[in-house]
Ligand binder design. Sequence first.
Ligand code: SAM
Length: 301
Amino acid sequence: MEEKIPQFLLENLSKQYNEEILKKIIEGYNAKRFVTFRVNTIKTTVTKVEETLIKNNIEYEKVKWSKEAFIVKNVKEDIIKKLDIYINGEIYLQSLSSMIPAIILEPKEGENILDMAAAPGGKTTQIATITNNKSYITATEINKIRADRLKFNIEKQGVAGVNIMIQDARDLDSMFSFDRILLDAPCSGSGTINLNKEKTNQKFNENILEKITKTQTKLLRKAIEILKSGKEMVYSTCSILQSENEDILEKILKEKKAEIIPINIEQFEEIPILKTKLKGTITICPNELYEGFFVAKIRKI
Ligand code: SAM
């Protein structure tokens, strides 16, 4: 299976991780990932979802760090998609790792929140549920087709008060100012590779990575510009490459407009963690439950 991993990615990972960790990452790429979902508490309750699963003989497990997150043990996604709770938007299929940035963001009711790279809306709708549908969310998305999907998901999940802007978030007017920002940046997807499922992008190379990291840097710089002073934001990617994560942050931190707020790792004790170059940030190792992910919390000075 290893030959299915783009050579350029493999080279980069071996520069960053020792042989033992690299082996673990490749095992994670090969693992069959469980179906996971999040309960949409705007429309239903955790108890009602549990009752539905039991009634339909669907075995599940919970995680320690979120009441709303479910791991499905004995059926595939297509079975879940036939359930009324899915059709009615009472649950949202989402990877466990991808639920973590919005939890770390700690959005509050009444706040003005920007979700800067928002489609298809997993985290936009999660921010809405955490804030009991009582925050004012602006969701920017550059791709029109993906923005349509975002709109669909927002409506399906019963989320109110989201202002969708189809535009390049790098060009957001500097007159904007937000209480909280989530930048779930476009990335190489190096954490989400699933060798069981899809073909990998063998065209991944130096030029592509350079283009991605330039966009990530510009997006992060813009986020800090339009975040209110003293307020917090989250930078996340589904990549485990330092060049898309710690290196971007280090470059921005040198500009002295923001600082890292260390993430309390104990809150996420059961999550498989990789070593990071920047203290207080987390990199999640891919395995059968988690995708590879990076999350950092930042405060504007
Ligand atoms: N946060 C989303 C979720 O949880 O469902 C996933 C976001 S995905 C990692 C990144 C998104 O950013 C893609 O939909 C992509 O089209 C969008 N994007 C890429 N460059 C952008 C830019 N310059 N401005 C706004 N959106 C951008």
